[in-house]
Ligand binder design. Structure first.
Ligand SMILES: NC(=O)c1ccc[n+]([C@@H]2O[C@H](COP(=O)([O-])OP(=O)(O)OC[C@H]3O[C@@H](n4cnc5c(N)ncnc54)[C@H](OP(=O)(O)O)[C@@H]3O)[C@@H](O)[C@H]2O)c1
Length: 329
């Protein structure tokens, strides 16, 4: 498995990590046995970076990851997050998601669920508008000093917040949505990360499944699938977005590859600091996705993708309106 260095100071990680969220929530029906087999297969293939959060099923996903890595802790890197209180988990009365006292409580709970004494990458899932980032990051820095966290991560933060946090303690990576159909980060966030030497975990690199070209209608999704609430999957938008995916399908067929592999190869070609974390709960998809590290797109194909998936061309916002408000603070 190819490796990438996370920013200027960060450690080496596999070029692709494994997003574990969909194993427990949001996408389709969970299948714990297959999810655990997928994590084991990932370790065998050298994809040993597992990304979770205490918000994914209020700790259920962390517990699933813990079950899968039991006895193999020294072979893997675990990334988890806290502070996405809208999605899952409870914050005690008087505290909020970024409060320094809550940071300590959340970390202790994650350590316990994960069955480890140190989290490799500990991240703030959503910036708390009620707490100065210096206070939240200061509390996270103390976790590093105490040996409870190795590296710090910020998810969905604006460029100014990234700078302020980095001044408190080095941010090893920013974790934010980045894919062919979500290129907003190219404007300010990625340039700020590059200037500061911060690595980048590109989440939802497959456009929550859309860029695999297997979801061409909302009817392909189960009744309780959370993507039904995502504007880009609404019938009026998905029909427009289907016109974009054709380009990835054509390029894929020229390489005997899949559109998912094209989407990942494009992201990997955006820079050596980008580490996509595609999510899947199936060994077959995992193996296909990891094979994208060997797919070399030509300069012409990269340019075609750039042009077709121009920033802002996607129909629909990347989150429902209510959730958009908590991003990019
Ligand atoms: N920081 C944040 O706020 C945040 C937000 C969202 C996600 N994330 C992280 O990023 C990770 C990845 O994002 P994501 O899971 O939302 O979206 P994604 O990786 O873009 O897409 C996942 C979807 O694509 C499907 N899929 C994966 N590989 C496929 C393939 N080769 N062929 C066909 N379908 C395939 C999966 O199906 P199956 O489920 O059936 O395998 C799943 O439905 C998450 O697991 C999570 O760890 C972070």
């Amino acid at each position: 498995m190819q490796k990438r260095r996370l920013g200027r100071i960060g450690p080496e990680v596999p070029a692709l990590g494994l997003g574990c969220m969909g194993m427990s929530i949001s996408y389709g029906v969970p299948d714990d046995a297959e999810s655990i087999a997928t994590i084991h297969r990932a370790i065998e293939l050298g994809c040993n970076l597992f990304v979770t959060s205490d918000a994914y099923g209020s700790g259920i996903n962390e517990s699933l990851v813990a079950q899968a890595i039991r006895g193999r802790r020294d072979q893997v890197l675990v990334a988890t997050k806290f502070g996405n209180v809208g999605l899952g988990g409870g914050v005690p009365e008087g505290l909020s998601g970024g409060h320094p006292d809550y940071v300590k409580l959340a970390c202790e709970a994650s350590l316990q669920r994960l069955g480890t004494d140190c989290i490799d990458f500990y991240g703030l899932h959503r910036v708390d508008p009620k707490v100065p980032i210096e206070d939240t990051f200061g509390a996270m820095q103390r976790l590093v000093e105490q040996g409870k966290a190795r590296h710090l991560v910020l998810s969905e933060a604006g460029a100014n917040t990234i700078r302020r946090a980095h001044a408190v303690h080095p941010v090893t990576a920013v974790e934010t949505e980045y894919s062919l159909w979500s290129r907003d980060v190219e404007r300010e966030i990625l340039p700020a990360c590059r200037e500061l030497g911060i690595g980048f975990f590109a989440y939802a690199p497959l456009g929550r499944g859309f860029l695999t070209a297997t979801i061409k209608s909302v009817d392909a999704l189960g009744a309780k699938d959370r993507r039904r609430e995502h504007p880009r999957f609404l019938p009026e938008n998905i029909n427009k977005n289907n016109k974009l995916i054709r380009c990835a399908e054509l390029i894929a067929s020229a390489h005997n590859a899949t559109p998912a592999q094209v989407a990942l190869a494009w992201l990997l070609a955006r820079g050596p600091d980008i580490v996509p974390i595609p999510g899947t709960k199936r060994r077959g998809y995992l193996e296909q996705n990891l094979a994208a590290t060997g797919l070399q797109l030509t300069a012409r194909e990269l340019a075609q993708l750039e042009q077709v998936f121009a920033p802002d061309v996607t129909a629909g916002t990347r989150y429902p309106e209510k959730q958009l408000k908590g991003l990019g603070i």
